[in-house]
Design a protein around this ligand. Sequence first.
Ligand code: TEU
Length: 563
Amino acid sequence: ERAEGWWRDAVVYQIYPRSFADSNGDGTGDLRGIIDHLDHLSELGVDVVWLSPVYASPMDDNGYDISDYQRIDPLFGSLEDMDELLEQAHARGIKIVMDLVVNHTSDEHAWFEESRRPGSAKRDWYWWRPALEGHEPGTPGAEPTNWSSFFSPSAWQYDEASGEYYLHLFTRKQPDLNWENPEVRQAVYAMMRWWVDRGVDGFRMDVINLISKPVELRDLEPEAGHAYAFPGAEVAHGPRLQEFLREMNEAVGLDRHRLLTVGEMPGSTIEDARAITDPGAGMLNMVFTFEHMNVDVGPSGNKFDPVPLDLVALKRNLESWQVGLADVGWNSLYWDNHDQPRAVSRFGDDSPEHRVASAKTLASVLHAHRGTPYVYQGDELGMTNTQFVDISSYADVESLNYHAQATSLGVAAEEIMAGLAVRSRDNARTPMQWDDTHQAGFTQGVPWLSVNPNYVVVNARAERQDPASVFHHVRRLIELRHEQPVLAEGRFELLLGDDPQLWVVRRTLGEQTLLLVANCSSAPATVAEGSLPALDAAQLLLATHGDRRGAELAPWESRMFLV
Ligand code: TEU
């Protein structure tokens, strides 16, 4: 194993368990369903699986609200199933990374239930504050600060029994833990060690850059016309974040055990990421940035009100992270996950004409960057956004809260539904499409979220049998990463950076040069004469339209060469 970290030439596959495979017909995916489909992952060739949360949970936010970190929710199975998954995955050479949600717990966690009792030993484990002076507790405007949450107008929930408020940056069923209290930190580390002892290979850390809040919580300036202000910048990358991460690494032995660690960090900058992923700093291997997820969000900041994608801005943004982490730190590479629209629908073209080529080309572009690529379940098939037309089809708490809030503010129904259609998190959460039988082979029962009707065409069985499928293209990209050190380690350069259609990447390692020429548009594109190195003698590694070397590229055509 290489000293710099085994995860540098690895590919991670994200499983959203409730939507992956249902083994018992209750309509929700489960651990047994994952075990039954491990061959799909072996064939694809991934090195690591990141499991979204499977812990005991009231499921207010699909398991990102955890009531017991050391139990598996019965919806998903049992600890025995988890042990078997670890064993069977390991037998295939696949590592398992757990989701770690410790910025907050569920309000049904025993810690919070105890904390809720005024004067209890755990009162200080969460952020309790009295009402604003001079205000009637529990009335609008009496909240301790004017902060809004990610998913609701106020980040404070009034608790009748104790007459105080608690802080929740997400739903009111997700109270924030107080990391200032050393007992909280030790309890989290002990829980992590328990999972490491059970055999897990790493952690994806949910909103981990929010754990250190300023001790003094203060009012912020709301935007014009708004009563509440979003405290993103106030709580992200707080004063003690790096201290806590180093302490966690040491206490759990994250580096000692050579675990994979990736921190989800909305709002983090290149400088933050550089500091945190510096291998000498004893914190994390890599972080998930959100900057490229915001390129198509307009100035309003409302993700449900997107603007058209500016390809040059997207290219330049990824380039800046490549350059920023070239000598220190490491990138994670992703187009989507369980919180984002489907990549092919957002950055590609999901029309029947261009879906396959654009899904392949987007995959090639991602994998041609330097860092660890993440493949979200279904992306290897080119799965697309949902086609929901009625609010009753949606399940996600963010979508439902947004719908209720926007409706009460008088936003037109069509406008709200149009926003949800392109941005709802449910777009990525429809069941995995295994074959063209009943419910796409996902369940024998009624799925918790409707299957996308395009499963008759877009499904794993059909694609595994078709050498020209998205599946085999992604499989080959993963194979190439393992075969060609230049893909994992090569120096990155963006060529023709200002071209509005072409995405051209050059990677170099010693004598080896890899060149990707990709047309990221639904129109033909031309490479200007002399603008790229000669490719006559180059070896074609992977292409969407066969071995073509001329200046003309078809819509979404891409070619990857070894020069
Ligand atoms: O997400 C945190 C986050 O900042 C966003 O991804 C957010 O959910 C979304 O973009 C809002 O538009 C993590 C989890 O990935 C997400 O599923 C959870 O809901 C959230 O934390 C709370 O645990």
